[in-house]
Design a protein around this ligand. Sequence first.
Ligand SMILES: Nc1ncnc2c1ncn2[C@@H]1O[C@H](COP(=O)(O)OP(=O)(O)OP(=O)(O)O)[C@@H](O)[C@H]1O
Ligand SMILES: [Mg+2]
Length: 258
Amino acid sequence: MQNPSQLRAPSENRAKTLIEARDLTFKVAAAGGEVNILRGLNLDLHVGEAVGLVGPSGSGKTSLLMLLAGLERPSGGTLHVAGQELGKMGEDALARFRREQLGIVFQAFHLIPTMTALENVAVPLEFAGRRDAFDRAAAALQAVELGHRLDHYPSQLSGGEQQRVALARAFVAEPKLLLADEPTGNLDIGTGKLVMELLFGLRRRFGTTLLLITHDHGLAARCERTLMMRDGRIVQDSAEMEDSPEDDEPQDGPAAGP
Ligand SMILES: Nc1ncnc2c1ncn2[C@@H]1O[C@H](COP(=O)(O)OP(=O)(O)OP(=O)(O)O)[C@@H](O)[C@H]1O
Ligand SMILES: [Mg+2]
């Protein structure tokens, strides 16, 4: 049995690493004392991969996403995303990192209620000083089939439409990495399917690396690699299970497989 926490050094032909977490811990202070949420998590994600992350409620999936997005800070260990060590960056650098490298889609959409769909999608580009922010935002909304809803406010949109606006916002700056936390969790099955088709289509178009948190194992299986999280660690990795035996360290027992 291989311990997924004992990661091997990347081999030469292995794709470029986008996320590298080593012995990552995350603790928070709570009324009843300290809560250890991530407990020595190791993770490597490669450029261009689509990875589904599953695990029981409370296992730390959303917390991991918050660290990857630089919205929370590690308590220990190291976390590199796109070559930058997030734990060592100041708030301004983290904001720039998010703007330049990341798209995030949450379960609850998180649109700005006082802005139209078009304005919501243009926000990241405006922060980046792009003069074509509104043209690009309109094109991004057309790509999620919402070209006819540019001037609608979030309260005037259905849940599925709001999530499509969130998708357009996440992809508009063509990020390297898309983090999605149960993006279909608030949607009915049919609407969820449409949102996921759009998400996978955009990711293919831009070659975006995807980390998709989901309770839907069918959805996770649409990703080329699936990870299982439990008690603040990655406990199963389909890529480890598929690796050919000659990649592995010498094992005690007889090698399984063909
Ligand atoms: N700010 C906080 N203070 C105290 N405990 C927290 C805090 N944030 C998260 N936790 C705890 O950390 C654990 C992991 O939470 P997290 O939201 O990362 O889980 P999850 O895997 O995303 O679960 P779900 O599938 O239900 O979304 C939970 O037990 C949660 O109660
Ligand atoms: Mg969660």
